[in-house]
Design a protein around this ligand. Structure first.
Ligand SMILES: C[S@@+](CC[C@H](N)C(=O)[O-])C[C@H]1O[C@@H](n2cnc3c(N)ncnc32)[C@H](O)[C@@H]1O
Length: 331
């Protein structure tokens, strides 16, 4: 049963994923993902409270064009999005700080339709503080926050009529194609005929600019990625030595994604006491922590279509770096 947390009375919070669930799911997944080739751990390890705060700082880096470009598109087109969606409920998946989302909230409020904002994120502390900030800034609307996993809990997001389901920040790019296919299929099943899906995607562009976004001069992305190893050590009782791994974020032209993780600097074996296994790395072996896929219009349109969604509108920034897609379920 979803548990409610008593925060501010106007905010409802459903916890579909408590700390124990999150941890046991991650342990289970890690047991298997460390056997894959390349070895990998779930990007969910990145988003403890510290990691979520680090990500927020990344969005303000000069090299990290994604957030600025998406905000620019929202600034230019939020009113059109609000008019097309006419939504009384804005659901935001992987909402983080919901900072750019305020442009959508403003436009929906102006449109006169907005009654409820429902952010969903796996990172509880950031979710709760942004839910509180939104509630304070928008006294006329309800806030229903969901601590959950967008790959598992789409069928439990709050109802509304109609809803706008927003998935911003190109977070979809962190899902490899098979997971993306499953996720988009679930989005199509969740949407009612009048609902809309708003998807932010980073577009294929010069590899130099893409790689620079993840190899920033302050080393913040490296700190963010290494935080996953710190979380793993804390939760698994392991002793991964950060100094024995080098950070790497490299464009993979064949998959059109940035492969982000840590490369082992020597042959080493690490005990994972809670999983009751040892994991060995050869010198030069890569541990993938996330991929960040980049998209082309034809490719994402085909993915949406095969999931049972229809692309209705497509907006980009002037430089063509980033796109926002508005889609609906095929009846
Ligand atoms: C790349 S950040 C984007 C944050 C924000 N939407 C933006 O555009 O700046 C990804 C967000 O999704 C959340 N997240 C990642 N995987 C998730 C999952 N499987 N379920 C729910 N939230 C997830 C993270 O906690 C983080 O807030």
């Amino acid at each position: 049963m979803p548990e409610r947390l008593a925060t501010e009375p106007r905010i409802r919070v459903d916890v579909l994923l408590d700390d124990a669930d999150r941890r046991s799911g991650l342990l289970d997944e890690t047991f298997w993902s460390l056997r894959e080739q390349p070895k990998q751990i779930s990007p969910l390890w990145l988003y403890d409270e510290h990691g979520s705060r680090l990500f927020d700082r990344i969005t303000r880096l000069p090299e990290y064009y994604l957030t600025r470009s998406e905000r620019g598109i929202l600034r230019a087109h939020a009113a059109e999005i609000a008019a097309a969606a006419g939504a009384d409920t804005l659901v935001e998946l992987g909402s983080g700080t919901s900072e750019k989302t305020r442009l959508l909230l403003d436009a929906l409020r102006k449109e006169g339709t907005l009654a409820l904002f429902a952010p969903l994120d796996v990172s509880r502390e950031v979710l709760l503080s942004s839910a509180e900030a939104v509630a304070a800034h928008y006294p006329g609307i309800g806030v229903h926050a969901v601590v959950g996993n967008f790959e598992r809990h789409l069928n439990s997001v709050p109802a509304g009529s109609p809803r706008l389901l927003a998935f911003l920040g190109s977070t979809i790019g962190n899902l490899v194609p098979e997971r993306r296919e499953r996720f988009l299929g679930e989005v199509a099943e969740t949407l009612e005929p009048d609902d809309r899906f708003l998807l932010g995607i980073d577009l294929v562009k010069s590899p130099d600019r893409i790689e620079a976004a993840y190899n920033d001069s302050e080393g913040l992305t490296e700190t963010f990625i290494r935080n996953a190893l710190t979380a793993l050590n804390r939760e698994l009782g392991s002793r991964f030595d950060q100094a024995a791994f080098a950070f790497e974020a490299r464009w993979d032209a064949a998959h059109e994604w940035v492969d982000i993780g840590l490369r082992s600097l020597r042959q080493q074996t690490i005990a994972l006491p809670l999983l009751e296994v040892d994991v060995s790395f050869a010198e030069g072996e890569f541990l993938r922590i996330e991929v960040s896929s980049k998209f082309r219009r034809a490719g994402i349109e085909a993915e949406l279509t095969s999931a049972g969604l229809r692309l209705e509108r497509w907006w980009t920034d002037a430089a063509g770096d980033f796109a926002l897609v508005l889609a609906r379920r095929v009846r």
